[in-house]
Design a protein around this ligand. Structure first.
Ligand code: C2E
Ligand code: CA
Ligand code: CA
Length: 864
């Protein structure tokens, strides 16, 4: 539906644009028409009874003065005015115009000398007897500079002879057209309107592009402004409208350097083409050729200033074919489909090339003069500017689309990013009365998989899942479209995919949809040739219950995802309580950090008993936290939070410091046994962990052999080369590394055999009341045997009764730990406990008194 709406809107835009372009073209066209075909007629048409006779004489070296001509009247050559052979060599042309009026009315005649860059002009009336010449006063107005002219009376049934002295300063052609005064005034008026339009459009465009440049800083706009201004100056000189804008002396200078501005014009046009068509991005051969040519143009524009006007002009116009060839190559090479957006730019070249070819031919007297041909370049530029404005707009649009694409799609895979799904959610929320769900999909165990593969492989894997799911959703109206090309799945950061299900169109229940997604993910989950049979976890949040924005719905679906793992069908819906929980966790983490900084935590000791001698051979230190408001919080709760919130390292540093100083305290009291300290996998991965432990041991002067570090097995550790090497180095120091909670995590034999563990702690779930359940008993027995077989020392945790103790001892456990002996207790209590007969079981326990015997009863059955 959205698509249809945007297609309609696009269509409407195109029509509107078309209408505007057509109207603009019509305005330019009608202006042209009104000037060209308005009933402004030269004298030959308005007064056919007035005969005109032109004769000319060329003064090659410009040596004659007017009086000399009186003797040479016979050498004048008859010619039509448009056939006088003007050329670039700067000669003086004498033209004798003879008008005979056979009409019955007196007329005022204007002879329009249509070249605004004359170096010299003078007009004389020739007396009837051809004996005297009388200069005709010309008006010295701005208008007469733009429209050079001579005015004289032509009485009824009489004749007038006018002698003109003309020398071109710029273009060589000097068209001569006689008008009746009122017709000429009309022509001036029309032409001024035309010039006014041109000047207006040029200036507005230049200003607009300058503003665009300051905003966007794209050089292409600056080149375009340069091009517009050069064109403005060139055309201002050639047509003479420059006199209407600039003071005379400035326009004289602009006229003198007119060819210089021709150079800048083509220079800017060349640069514009290169940058507009993005040659600067690839910098291929053509780009450098263009840049070299641009350099050449700059050099020539300066050098040619020392040449005469004739050679300057010849040089410039002979460069023209090269320039056209280069620019055409630049343009034509981009006439590919991928440059469809530049079509207006390509079109703009047609009028420009026509204008740029026609006008010089007229100015150099190679082509017939008419208002159209005379102003061909100006017309061309006008049409070109319209196309160019459209082209620049399209280019900007193109950039915008590309930028949007960049933020909306993943490069390479083109999977829609999060912004697109957020946008789609926002659109759905606007159309009220809808119920829809956001589904976040995560392949189960992806965290483990990413440890083995490169980012590239990982993205490839997601692309495969994406491709797998796409056909499933293609014809399902319930799955909301996110991208312009009908994409329906978004790839979120953190290795998750997301879709939106619109319940209004949903044919199947969410249950069914989810299980088909899970099925497909499972099938697509293949890395190289290795198939990992893993399913998808899915988290769901629903509008309006769970939020009314993309951010909320997505984060809540992701929160639900964390629970999905623990559900039977591997998907779960958002529950408000879980969010409360995460807010709770955050607050707790901050309290915990404070508690560490303020030394508010305590370490408790739980004794470990040598099952052969029944001596205390060590103690495990366990954290205790009394929260000021919430009371006692068990470490099972706050340790995972500390790990998630990134404060575990600091916490462990505190525990290590504390444990070592309590160990010293125990020694002072005469008890020298092992101390077991719990550390987290994240500690081993931290940069400074090893150094921290080394420094601590050196400072305390305790033997490393009295320290055990308990580490719960995890994939993160065995897959990290850093962790493996740290564990190796710690072990070399003499520290005992112990596998904690064995039997609960990702137990793997490889893990145990590859890492230098010395001790294994069999989890209490297999020890506590071990004889109640045969299965657990078998597991306990096998585990102990296996560990012993590998040469490890085995600790049985959670010994609760003499039966547990005996059973585990029979299996081969070396050490027991559990409530049967003692619960964890503060150091003071522990010291007291060590010195006491506890609960009548004194017979069993003999604490190690260093004074009595340094070794006796101390359990050091190290198997190396
Ligand atoms: P854990 O390493 O397995 O520690 C042994 C846990 O078993 C302790 O719970 C202890 O009180 C409990 N326990 C000992 N004997 C028995 C018994 O006979 N029956 C039963 N039911 N439980 C027994 P606690 O102190 O609540 O600690 C829980 C977990 O918190 C520890 O499990 C350990 O993983 C973690 N933890 C505690 N202190 C630290 C610490 O300083 N650093 C780190 N990283 N983790 C710690
Ligand atoms: Ca432990
Ligand atoms: Ca344990």
């Amino acid at each position: 539906m959205n698509n249809k709406r945007s297609i309609k809107a696009e269509g409407a835009h195109k029509i509107l644009l078309g209408v505007i372009v057509v109207s603009l073209c019509l305005i330019v066209y009608s202006l042209w028409q009104s000037v060209a075909s308005s009933n402004i007629s030269p004298l030959s048409q308005s007064h056919p009874k007035i005969s005109q006779d032109y004769r000319y004489l060329i003064d090659d070296s410009s040596k004659y003065v007017s009086a000399d001509l009186l003797h040479q009247l016979d050498s004048f050559v008859h010619s039509k005015p448009e056939e006088i052979p003007y050329d670039l060599s700067g000669k003086t042309y004498w033209v004798l115009l003879n008008l005979t009026n056979a009409e019955q009315s007196d007329l005022s005649i204007v002879l329009h000398v249509d070249n605004a860059m004359l170096a010299e002009q003078a007009y004389y009336l020739l007396s009837n007897d051809n004996q005297t010449l009388k200069p005709i006063e010309t008006e010295q107005s701005v208008l007469s500079r733009t429209f050079p002219q001579v005015v004289f009376k032509l009485s009824r049934e009489s004749q007038v002879s006018v002698l003109l002295k003309l020398r071109a300063g710029g273009p060589s052609n000097i068209p001569l057209i006689a008008y009746e005064q009122s017709q000429f005034s009309k022509k001036v008026l029309f032409t001024l309107a035309f010039y006014g339009t041109f000047v207006g459009i040029m200036l507005v465009m230049a200003l607009y592009n300058l503003v665009l440049f300051t905003a966007i800083k794209d050089k292409v706009y600056l080149f375009y402004v340069g091009y517009l201004l050069s064109t403005f100056v060139v055309i201002g000189s050639v047509t003479g409208f420059g006199y209407l804008i600039f003071p005379d002396n400035i326009q004289h200078i602009l006229n003198r350097y007119s060819l210089f501005f021709h150079y800048t014009l083509v220079l800017f046009l060349l640069l514009f083409s290169l940058f507009f068509l993005r040659y600067d991005k690839t910098r291929g051969r053509l780009y450098w050729l263009g840049i070299c040519f641009a350099g050449l143009l700059i050099a020539l524009s300066l050098i040619s200033q020392i040449l005469s006007h004739e050679y300057q002009a010849k040089l410039f116009f002979s460069l023209q074919p090269f320039l056209i060839a280069i620019t055409l190559a630049i343009v034509l090479l981009r006439l590919k489909r991928s440059y469809g957006w530049a079509r207006f730019y390509f079109l703009s070249w047609i009028p420009l090339l026509l204008g740029a070819t026609i006008q010089p031919l007229v100015l150099l007297n190679q082509l017939d003069y008419s208002f159209l041909t005379r102003n061909a370049f100006m017309f061309a530029v006008l049409i070109e500017i319209i196309f160019m404005a459209l082209a620049l707009a399209e280019r900007m649009k193109r950039f915008e689309i590309e930028r949007l694409r960049e933020i909306s799609y993943h490069p390479g895979t083109h999977m829609p990013r999060k912004v697109l799904i957020e946008k789609a959610i926002a659109e759905l929320v606007v159309t009220k009365n809808k119920r829809f769900s956001v589904l976040v999909i995560e392949p189960e165990q992806i965290e483990r998989v990413v440890l083995y593969v490169t980012d590239f492989k990982n993205t490839e894997l997601f692309k495969r899942i994406y491709d797998r799911l796409t056909p499933l959703f293609a014809y399902n109206d319930a799955i909301v479209t996110l991208g312009d090309n009908g994409e329906k799945i978004s790839f979120l950061n953190g290795n998750r995919l997301a879709i939106i299900v619109d319940h209004q169109y949903s044919q199947q229940s969410l249950n069914v949809l989810i299980s088909s997604v899970q099925q497909l993910v499972q099938e697509a989950y293949q890395l190289d040739d290795l198939k990992i049979p893993l399913s998808a976890l899915i988290g769901v949040s629903t509008y309006p219950e769970h939020g009314d924005s993309g951010i909320k719905l997505l984060s809540r679906a992701q929160l639900a995802l964390t629970n999905a793992e623990f559900t039977h069908h591997k998907w779960s819906e958002f529950e408000p309580e879980s969010e409360d929980l995460s807010a709770y966790n955050l607050a707790l983490a901050s309290d915990l950090k404070q508690a560490v900084e303020q030394n508010k935590l305590k370490l408790y000791h739980q004794p470990q008993i040598d099952l052969k001698t029944m001596n205390v051979c060590g103690s495990e230190v366990l954290l205790r936290w009394e929260h000021p408001e919430q009371g006692f919080i068990p470490p099972d709760v706050f340790i995972p939070i500390a790990e998630d919130m990134g404060i575990i390292n600091r916490l462990t540093h505190w525990v290590l410091n504390q444990a070592i100083s309590q160990q010293q305290e125990l020694i002072e009291h005469g008890y020298n046994h092992m101390i077991s300290i719990n550390i987290s996998g994240k500690d081993v991965l931290a940069d400074d962990f090893y150094n921290f432990v080394v420094e601590l041991i050196e400072r305390s002067e305790l033997p490393a052999s009295k320290i055990a570090l308990e580490l719960t097995e995890s994939a993160t550790i065995s897959n990290s080369s850093v962790a493996v090497s740290v564990i190796g180095k710690l072990s070399e120091l003499g520290i005992t590394i112990s596998i904690d909670d064995f039997g609960t995590g990702y137990s793997s034999m490889a893990y145990i055999s590859e890492l230098p563990f010395r001790e294994l702690k069999i989890d209490r779930q297999f020890v506590e009341n071990v004889c109640d359940d045969n299965k657990r008993k078998i597991i306990a027995e096998t585990t102990v045997k296996m560990a012993k077989g590998l040469g490890l020392e085995v600790v049985a945790e959670g010994v609760n009764s003499p039966l547990d103790e005996n059973t585990l001892r029979d299996f081969g456990s070396d050490i027991g730990q559990g409530f049967y002996y003692a619960k964890p207790m503060p150091i003071e209590d522990y010291i007291q406990w060590l010195g006491q007969e506890v609960n009548g079981r004194v017979a069993h326990f003999k604490s190690v008194q260093v004074e009595n015997s340094a070794v006796e009863g101390e359990f050091i059955p190290k198997v190396i």
